[in-house]
Design a protein around this ligand. Structure first.
Ligand SMILES: [Zn+2]
Length: 362
């Protein structure tokens, strides 16, 4: 039931789960394996170093793999999750016994060389993708005198100018009032081989009283939402998909999709946070206030699919009279663009510092 790959003990998860009395299901097209009983529900996706168990994703030291018609997952992490969920101890002796079951042939199976590992987040920050949200038939949120799509385009153009002057290679997903599908935006970013993806938006709430009270900027990374407010904001930003065309899409990300996204985006998470930290520093003490802690996470479809650090910036509330007024002035837009530009420059420095420390360690 166990075999060793790249120095890691892997377990034949299907046989193991079945020996523990779990129901198993393997979907070869989706490359997705699940096992469940009343105490534990876990799933694995081939090629991803994650186990998703009882609603929580845990990193494995090896991606799950298919060899010899069997699905192999990192034994140590898998067993410890089963131990907790099933309130059971797998003694080393038991393990050793199962190790003996592995025939030498089974343990040395042809497999492709592991991909070359470039330390995450060490790439030089050169190409910046600015994504002005919405556009064309999708106006985004509306204020008293303006629409979200106009404000974010104006700020994006100013930001492009600032960053270009600083020597960055800058691309806009749209530079005029046109509609672009949410999923197309990260695709463009990938095509352009971006190092950082910044999606610009304006926030909004309903109700006259709430509109007066609710103001401020907030930055988002793609991660499980921690509160209902952030979830609602993501739903609003995702809504365009259901309004226009694509009938199969939905405004929330399912647990399985989360699992796949998290596995894929793990690489970029640290740098998305690093950039968010810079935004928090440079937006401090501006005309627009901070909403809550200033940073959060939720399932923004527009960030899904970008193979680079990605942050969604809610510049302020278009539904708030003060915020809307400021975001519509030339001065306000310049100020917001300058703050993001400063954040990008300091983020670039932070990444360079990190590269240097890694070189010293070599
Ligand atoms: Zn928006």
């Amino acid at each position: 039931m166990l075999a060793k790959y790249d120095g890691t003990w892997m377990i034949d998860i299907k046989s193991f789960a079945e020996s523990e009395g779990l129901q198993t299901n393997w979907q070869p097209v989706e490359k997705h394996f699940t096992a469940k009983n009343e105490k534990l529900e876990c799933s694995f996706v081939l090629g991803f170093p994650y186990i998703f168990a009882n609603g929580k994703a845990t990193t494995l030291d090896q991606p799950t793999r298919l060899e010899d018609g069997k699905i192999w997952t990192s034994a140590e992490a898998t067993l410890s999750i089963f131990e907790v969920a099933l309130a059971k101890k797998y003694a080393p002796d038991t393990l050793k016994k199962t190790i003996k079951d592995v025939t030498p042939k089974e343990a040395q199976i042809n497999r492709p060389a592991p991909p070359k590992k470039e330390p995450a987040g060490t790439r030089e920050v050169q190409t910046i993708i600015i994504d002005p949200g919405h556009g064309g038939k999708d106006p985004g949120a509306s204020g008293k005198v303006s629409q979200e799509k106009e404000i974010v385009l104006a700020v994006a153009k100013k930001l492009k100018k600032e960053l270009s002057e600083e020597g960055f290679n800058v691309k806009l997903t749209r530079d005029k009032d046109v509609f672009i599908e949410l999923s197309e935006r990260p695709n463009l970013a990938n095509q352009w081989d971006g190092d950082l993806f910044i999606s610009l938006h304006c926030n909004a709430v309903d109700g006259v009283e709430r509109q007066k009270r609710t103001e401020g900027y907030r930055f988002y990374v793609l991660r499980d939402p921690e509160n209902e407010e952030d979830k609602a904001i993501a739903r609003r930003e995702n809504k365009v998909i259901t309004l226009y065309g694509d009938k199969d899409s939905k405004d929330e990300i399912s647990p399985l999709e989360w699992f796949k996204i998290e596995a894929r985006l793990e690489k970029y998470k640290q740098n998305s946070y690093k950039f968010t930290e810079q935004l928090l520093i440079h937006f401090d003490n501006g005309k627009i206030k901070k909403l809550g802690s200033g940073a959060g996470g939720a399932g923004f479809m527009v960030l899904v699919g970008a193979f680079m650090p990605a942050v969604l910036v809610e510049l302020g509330f278009i539904s708030n009279p003060e915020d809307e007024k400021y975001m519509n002035t030339e001065k306000g837009q310049e100020d917001l663009a300058a703050r993001i530009s400063q954040s990008v420059q300091d983020y670039k420095k932070a990444v360079e510092e990190y590269r240097k420390t890694l070189q010293h360690e070599k």
